[in-house]
Write a protein that binds this ligand. Structure first.
Ligand code: C5P
Length: 399
């Protein structure tokens, strides 16, 4: 699947660098050429000789090596690859990338490249959780960088939490998705997913039971067909798929802003269970019990994200897909919703109690288009996602 692909692998300085040697092996097994670049710190963890022996390629280590510059300049190196991968991506490398620094070979390549960049962060849990790293991760995602992991687990430093580099095979899967020549290659698709949280006060919020499973499966299926997926997700239980740009949000308003900020796109799929209302008088401080009795919450309507995108006069995605969770007269309600919201398709599902669909692994959907209603047999959410992704590919590739 990676035959003929050329991957520039920047190995940063972290204990996880040893896993990058295995990553080289796994990529080569799949037919890719891997050109390693070792940062100065990376060389403290793995030697240029081992990287070069496993890659069977020359290893690049220093920006001002005149011999290398004569043979292949750093600009050419950055353009020659199909994908630039940074594994492990340390907190420092991420900060440099987010800040646009170019003071060594790795950061210069990352600034000069015209290819997509995929990073696998690895660092101490507190470094990952640090506001600066989180800010940098958000900036990088907004810049279109694909972030794989980090995973949660025991760390080399003895602590526990998110910070472990994704496993080599997880990174390989994300690389394959990023390089996929599938029918959605060169198509950018925004997917919303999960619930939204609407604050009552700084510690309380109103939410719903959406797990984000269907939205996550759709993002994965679109990415597997080669799409560049921007995954705008509320606080969901389901893990976002590897290989997509994740934009985490909390509220409907934030989701609305993130979606519009990430347009233009070829298609947009609105699988999120967005709160229809938010608390208008949400409190700045925690609401206290007291002699005044129970608080009274006043609601105001949230923006309808789907309708706002479907109604765009300029920059409307070619295909806008909404969801409808109904408990009665599914087809009738969903057909009316398609017209009311101005979207092209509605994926309608019956979530009445007893179907086990809300929060379950299966779904029974009816697809509503301008051609009418098509009831799909009950299948897993992954299968629904794949079928939907194929139909989206067909629609976008039509004429
Ligand atoms: O109106 P209803 O909530 O049933 O519509 C469901 C569809 O509209 C879903 O696709 C959902 O993601 C989208 N939606 C939205 N913004 C809202 C409410 C719903 O994008 N505020």
């Amino acid at each position: 699947m990676l035959a003929g692909k050329r991957i520039l692998l920047i190995i940063g300085g972290g204990i996880a660098a040893f896993k990058s040697l295995d990553l080289i092996r796994r990529l080569r097994e799949r037919g890719a050429t891997v050109v390693p670049v070792l940062t100065k710190a990376g060389q403290e963890f793995v030697t240029p000789l081992s990287a070069s022996a496993l890659a069977a390629e020359k290893v690049y280590t220093d920006l001002f090596n005149l011999t290398d510059e004569a043979e292949m300049g750093h600009i050419e190196l950055s353009r020659d690859a199909d994908l630039v991968v940074v594994a492990p991506a340390t907190a420092d490398l991420m900060a440099k990338m987010a800040g646009g620094h170019a003071n060594d070979l790795a950061s210069t390549i990352l600034m000069a490249t015209d290819k997509r960049v995929l990073i696998a962060p690895a660092m101490n849990v507190r470094m990952w959780d640090h506001a600066a790293t989180q800010r940098n991760a958000t900036t990088l995602q907004q810049d279109g960088v694909i972030i794989v992991g980090p995973n949660e687990g025991d760390m080399a430093c003895g602590e526990y939490g998110p910070g472990r580099m994704a496993e080599p095979l997880e990174i390989v899967a994300a690389i394959e998705a990023a390089l996929n020549d599938g029918p959605l290659k060169d198509k950018r698709i925004v997917v919303t997913s999960g619930p939204t949280h609407e604050p009552i006060d700084p510690v309380r919020y109103i939410a719903n039971r959406s797990s984000g499973a269907q939205g996550s499966a759709i993002a994965r299926a679109l990415s597997a067909l080669g799409a560049e997926v921007v995954f705008v997700t509320g606080p969901a239980e389901a893990r976002p798929p590897d290989g997509v740009s994740v934009v985490p949000v909390q509220t409907a308003q934030e989701m609305h802003d993130a979606v519009h900020k990430n347009l233009p796109a070829d298609a947009a799929v609105f699988a999120a269970a967005v709160a229809d209302w938010r608390v208008e008088n949400s409190a700045e401080q925690k609401i206290k019990k007291g002699p005044d009795g129970t608080p009274s919450l006043k609601f105001t309507e949230n923006p309808d994200i789907l309708a706002s995108v479907a109604g765009l006069e300029v920059g409307r995605p070619r295909l806008v897909v909404g969801f409808a969770a109904e408990t009665t007269n599914v087809t009738e309600h969903a057909t009316a919703k398609r017209l009311r919201k101005g979207c092209d398709w509605i994926v309608a599902n019956d979530v009445s109690p007893g179907t086990g669909i809300m929060g379950g692994s299966e779904n029974a959907v009816t697809m509503i288009t301008d051609q009418g209603a098509d009831a799909w047999p009950r299948m897993t959410k992954d299968e629904v996602a794949r079928k939907l992704a194929h139909q989206i590919a067909e629609a976008l590739n039509d004429a």
